[in-house]
Design a protein around this ligand. Structure first.
Ligand SMILES: C[S@@+](CC[C@H](N)C(=O)[O-])C[C@H]1O[C@@H](n2cnc3c(N)ncnc32)[C@H](O)[C@@H]1O
Length: 393
């Protein structure tokens, strides 16, 4: 380990958070020729060892600590130990194998590796990198996952936004699979690994899809931002909803959703449309679904976008509240980490007041349990899913 360059922090490091802001790095200690993303030894201002981390002095997260043990080797065995612990949590504790063949194995900092997301999606293990330093360990990551999941294909990708910010690329391999299939509570989904959103499938909504399916029997459902049909298909197949319509702006997602309906022999109408005009048309035509789902993409990526994000959440939810039938149910979601649960509930409170509705909240949920939250890492908590009954005042 002595060959690694050493980086000194300003002062002591008291937090268990694995990020160290660039401003906390002692500039004089930065190795002159270290490539951004290099593995370094870290010591505090007094020279006491802190651990090992990935250095990127040009971005705001200047250092991501990988281990507090300065003697630990960062190799395939290191990653395998973390993966094994994460797998035990998913399979032995949460028993997700009984639910289906897909789960989130690594949820970044909450599972002990900052910047790393790994989803098991049927026969594929999909790795998404959010940190340049991890791109240097692609071979070790692959080796550890191939050993843990023999027979599955490991696909490694860079998160597009992080790759831009941190300046790295991950080249797809020519033999990478482009699609896979997953089963969740018996409902089957095709997953597009090349052009799908995020890792290809929104595993974080699993428990919310399950809860919604329990509320829709005999009711009509409008699933806005349906992607490949997650809520729609659970409602139609398991929930026995009377009528289901799914709407999404992405043509490719709608094509996959239609194939997913066929796979499950489900009667769902999938429509390619923008949520806002579609909801306005519903109002004009007097179509009032008894259950409405709003699950837009991240509308605020960081603090700078928070105010604008809150405005759009307000516009969308006001429209949704006008559309949903009297006494109906609304499931409204926000996956913006920059918008807190309190912020989001406040948006809903204001939207209800503006539309003269009363909301009775049945549940405020988050992401499924395989997306754990590191208590000292608030960034790992991002999804808000509010289930509410809607009545006019
Ligand atoms: C968070 S995903 C929804 C995930 C989905 N509920 C599921 O369980 O798989 C957000 C979706 O919103 C869609 N979207 C983004 N902007 C939209 C718009 N203006 N109108 C309709 N859909 C939109 C995206 O294409 C994406 O599929």
């Amino acid at each position: 380990m002595s060959a690694l360059p050493t980086v000194r922090l300003k002062g002591r490091l008291n937090s268990p958070h694995p990020w160290v802001w660039r401003t906390r790095l002692e500039a004089s200690s930065l190795p002159r020729r270290a490539e951004p993303g290099a593995l370094v030894r870290v010591v505090d201002g007094a020279g006491e060892p802190v651990g090992l981390g990935l250095l990127h002095p040009h971005v705001s997260i200047g250092l991501r600590l990988l281990t507090r043990d300065p003697a630990e080797a960062i190799d395939a065995a290191f990653f395998r130990r973390r993966f094994e612990a994460a797998r035990r949590l998913r399979e032995d504790v949460l028993r997700l194998g009984e639910v289906g063949d897909a789960y989130r194995l690594m949820h970044g900092e909450a599972d002990g590796i900052s910047g790393l997301v790994v989803d098991v999606l049927g026969e594929v293990v999909r790795v998404d990198l959010f940190a340049r330093g991890l791109a240097r360990f692609q071979d070790e990551l692959r080796a550890a996952l191939e050993a843990l999941y023999p027979g599955k294909s490991v696909v490694v990708r860079a998160d597009a936004h992080s790759a831009d910010v941190e300046g790295f690329r991950v080249r797809p391999r020519p033999d990478d699979p482009t699609r896979t299939e997953v089963t969740e509570h018996g409902v089957r989904f095709e997953v597009d690994l090349r052009e799908g959103h995020k890792t290809g499938f929104f595993l974080d909504q699993r428990e919310n899809r399950d809860f919604l399916a329990r509320l829709v029997r005999g009711r009509s459902l409008l699933d806005v931002h349906c992607y490949t049909g997650g809520f729609s298909l659970h409602a139609a197949v398991r929930g026995e909803a009377r009528q289901v319509v799914g709407v999404d702006i992405d043509e490719k997602a709608i094509a996959v959703a239609k194939r997913n309906a066929k796979r499950n022999q489900a009667r769902v109408r999938f429509v390619r449309a923008d949520a806002f005009p579609y909801l306005r048309d519903c109002l004009r035509r007097g179509e009032r679904p008894e259950v409405l789902v709003l699950d837009p993409p991240k509308l605020a990526r960081g603090r700078k976008e928070r105010a604008e994000g809150l405005r759009v959440y307000g516009d969308l939810n006001r429209l949704g509240l006008e559309v949903v039938a009297e006494g109906g149910l609304l499931l409204t979601c926000s996956c913006s980490g920059a918008v807190s649960e309190e912020d989001f509930l406040d948006v809903l409170r204001r939207s209800a007041a503006r539309t003269r509705k009363e909301l009775t909240v049945l549940r405020v949920a988050g992401a499924a349990a395989d997306h754990p939250v590191g208590l000292h890492v608030p960034e790992t908590r991002y999804l808000k899913a509010v289930f509410a009954r809607v009545r006019s005042l």
